[in-house]
Design a protein around this ligand. Sequence first.
Ligand SMILES: C[S@@+](CC[C@H](N)C(=O)[O-])C[C@H]1O[C@@H](n2cnc3c(N)ncnc32)[C@H](O)[C@@H]1O
Length: 277
Amino acid sequence: MRFPTDVLAVLTDPRTVIRDNRVHTPFQFDLAVWRRMNDVLKEMGATWEPRKAIRAHVFPYRIEEFLRHCLAAGEYPSKYEQGWFPTPPSLVMQICDLAGIYAGMAVLEPSAGSGAMTSEIARRGGLVDSVELDSRRVEVLREQGDSRKVIAGNFLDLDPLDYAEGFDRVVMNPPFSNGLDHIKHAIGFMKDDGILVSVMTQGLTWWSDKATVEFREMVEEVGGEIEALPDDSFAMCGTNIKTCLVFIPGYAGGPLRTHDWHQRQPKQLDLFDFAAA
Ligand SMILES: C[S@@+](CC[C@H](N)C(=O)[O-])C[C@H]1O[C@@H](n2cnc3c(N)ncnc32)[C@H](O)[C@@H]1O
């Protein structure tokens, strides 16, 4: 959901103090704008605390870093529209630790949003290539400047063979509606000895359709894991959506269609040239 322009102006005003779990606007502005801001912050999970010593919107958790991402993107995840939600900072740390991101590694973030993960990857010295479908978030990623490359477009349309080298790590929090397609496609960009870590809906742990069952079997075969995350993992996005973490280690010669697997396939063009000779 987009922030109303006047609310965004107040929240990004240098006099507004966003610290820890509080949003404090210690200056006079139009009451109608205050009401709109109140609606937005309440929708995000805050309550207005009128006591003189506080007089701020107070969240039940730390909101500082999360709100910074929302303000940079100009939008916030609402209860009513959950396609976009930036990964909360503590979960970003957990994902980057699990992936084992070190300086100099090539890292892919295939649904990068407003860069909640790219900033931490870059802080660890990772060389991150970001893909994002939404043009406004693409601008945010470019302005943020963490990424070695920002690709604007549909990740599912990218061809792993357009990349000479695979990626050491893939970290992602894809749209859940077709998250499995995103994860399977992302495996094609990872090196044989790479690691992929993804957030996904917890449905992945129990859905019984053929594609999900085969995916779980494949994860097990390569020594990966799918682990449920605590129910409050996305509480700061105003949702208690149940999620899990998928961990897939590279596994040469196994069932994973990695970047190296794609490179090993016979090139149809070469076959054609041979036939023509
Ligand atoms: C749940 S958000 C996560 C954002 C970011 N990964 C993070 O952790 O904060 C999913 C993002 O994927 C983007 N997206 C959706 N479909 C996409 C696609 N086909 N290719 C690239 N990005 C896509 C959405 O615009 C959204 O920003």
